[in-house]
Design a protein around this ligand. Sequence first.
Ligand code: SF4
Length: 444
Amino acid sequence: MLFCIHTFGCQMNENDSRLMAGLLISAGHRQVDNLEEADIAIINTCCVRESAENRALGYIGSLKKWKQENPHRIVVVCGCMIQKDGNSELLRKSYRHVGIIIGTFAAALLPRYIESYAATGERIIDVEERYDLPELCRGEELPVTVENGYRAQININYGCNNFCTYCIVPYVRGRERSRKPQEILAEIEQLAAIGVKEIQLLGQNVNSYGKDLADGSNFASLLTSVNDIAGIARIRYMTSHPRDFSRDLVETIAGLDKVCHHFHLPLQSGCNRILQQMNRAYRTEEYSEHLRNIRAFLPDATITTDIIVGFPGETEQDFVETLHYMQEARFDAAYTFLYSRRSGTPAAQMAEQVDESVKRQRLQRLMDVQNEISRSINERLVGSCMPVMLDGASKNNPHMLSGRTDGNKIVVFPAPTTAWQAGQIFPVQITEAQTWNLKGKILE
Ligand code: SF4
């Protein structure tokens, strides 16, 4: 049968969709981009933000007509939204055209469920939280599950044990569980054999990888093993958690030639009182220690972070502490977010919700400070030469190419006179700095 996947949400979800596609192709189905051609519509939902959940529900509702046009068509809804309280019941009662409803724990059973539904027409609902089923993995049809020819993402652990008070993930993705290193390494070897150059290791908290394994593996030992795989040129990972980040890890990375010198370490707030309210389990002093270690071992490292503005109870004084922290920390870039109330999380129940207009003003002040820092750090790179892995034509200017430095900075540069292909690494001299990216020229 022909299937079409519509994905909402983050990179983890995008990767899950690729894995499901691989499994279905291995089971004899074929993926299409156009829903009108498909026999099976798969909606991989996300509930991390309320807006993504509402958009997913709207889209699922719109498929009623698609199903009515041909009763043999199958509508599948999966992903973490299903695991959130009340949603599977809502779909069961009010979205009768949805034939298969599966949560995050049973996603690997999708091919089996499709076969069963196609044969009997009986609705399947599997949303139980359990840990006895196989995790979602790649099917045998590896090439089609790779994002593009040269970069692939690999899940190394699933779930989260941290329960940050603003986040729904631990409630919908379950407790932390790590994949066995042999499985991960075998998968990366296969990917390297089909030409993949860059590997991105994914987990809600990669730094706690291995804590649930009996063989003593940890994230540093996994990176060391991946570094030994021939054909792989760059290794990236996300997401790190400052609580489990360590000096040993930085020291290990400093000794590995393929692990990129980019540290994305979400700070979330520069105020200890708010960090405690967020249940982040570290203080700014510990976070600063991580920054010192990174800069001591890897002075060229790019360091980026995430900040949430307007967390419940955040006063002007708390916010100013964050601003000062940012000025001292001097991140290369910060992904800044307005706190958004997520039902089902403890923070949504907190009394002192910050006014939207105050949040927006604070966000702007934070961005003004950060943009200046980002630009001044980038300006210091002008004149230097760095290896850039080519992504392809620039989105904004098709006459230019775009790629990334080892530190994950985007560089735009004119195409070489010789043939080029995505995934190739060029020495590029930086000629101009902007806040968000760099311009350069290839040293031929
Ligand atoms: S570490 Fe915190 S923010 Fe990240 S997934 Fe876990 S609970 Fe959510």
